[in-house]
Design a binder for this molecule. Structure first.
Ligand SMILES: Nc1nc2c(ncn2[C@@H]2O[C@H](COP(=O)(O)OP(=O)(O)OP(=O)(O)O)[C@@H](O)[C@H]2O)c(=O)[nH]1
Ligand SMILES: [Mg+2]
Length: 235
């Protein structure tokens, strides 16, 4: 099974080498999408052995979309996403890949809610936001997720068929909603989570939290009212 890892990174010079270094050797290619960083993220990622792409349009989803466009030239069987701040534990990647390898799932989300969290690694606003978003996904689509965690694996053909489009913080929830609506076999596995290295950009800041919360709720609302033909018309 060919696996390609996509890491969106905005000013993660101090952590990116650790993230890449802890990815299991069996992984075929690690792609860091440098999202207009002003530090040494790009040099450090390359030095650690990653393929480095540049996406000048800021936004978590923009960086992920750039990674997907590159993956289309590689056609891996599975794509794994994770953050560049060393909060996720890259050495736990097999936890995500095993259900896909066994043919039991198409999409696997790493849950920090059922996994081991270092105290303070997820701030209260992130915990509450996750709970609300997952509750809404259960009400609207019967989805049984406990987290919107960034560490996740998906069959590449299924990912392309989802037609992902969010360019910012709605990315993770969009993927989960679309996966459930598309009838993919979704699974969750516990993953560990530690305090990030470097400067917090989303949940650690007031504006980041406000923007992310608004975008996540907006994304849920948008798909809750979207009739299926609209979804089929996408991309
Ligand atoms: N905020 C933000 N993050 C980006 C962007 N592009 C890529 N990223 C990456 O997205 C990942 C998640 O951002 P984080 O700042 O860790 O957000 P968070 O995990 O909610 O909160 P903290 O870890 O507390 O900062 C990191 O790897 C960032 O480098 C962008 O435009 N904005
Ligand atoms: Mg983080």
């Amino acid at each position: 099974m060919q696996v390609l890892v996509i890491i969106p990174a905005f000013n993660e010079a101090r952590s990116i080498g650790h993230v890449i270094g802890d990815i299991p050797d069996a992984i075929d290619e690690v792609v860091v999408v440098n999202n207009a960083s002003t530090d040494e993220t790009e040099d450090n990622a390359r030095a650690a052995g990653a393929t480095v792409l540049r996406e000048e349009r800021r936004g978590y989803g923009s960086a992920c979309l750039c990674g997907i466009a590159y993956a289309e030239t590689r056609q891996p069987d599975v794509v794994v996403f994770l953050d560049g701040d060393y909060s996720d534990h890259p050495d736990e990647m097999d936890r995500l890949l095993d259900p896909i390898r066994r043919g039991e799932a198409d999409f696997v989300v790493g849950s920090r809610m059922t996994g081991e969290r270092e105290p303070g690694a997820m701030l209260p606003q992130a915990l509450v936001g996750n709970r609300i978003a997952c509750t809404l996904m259960r009400w609207f689509w019967g989805a049984r997720f406990t987290d919107l965690g960034p560490f996740r694996a998906i069959r590449f053909a299924d990912l392309l068929a989802l037609g992902m489009e969010d360019t910012t913080y709605g990315w993770t929830v969009e993927m989960q909603i679309k996966a459930v609506r598309a009838g993919l076999r979704c699974a969750e596995v516990p993953v560990s989570y530690r305090k990030r290295i470097g400067v917090s950009k989303i949940t650690g800041t007031l504006t980041g939290t406000a923007k992310a919360s608004a975008k996540i709720l907006w994304t849920i609302a948008r798909y809750a009212v979207a009739p299926a033909p609209v979804l089929r018309g996408e991309r």
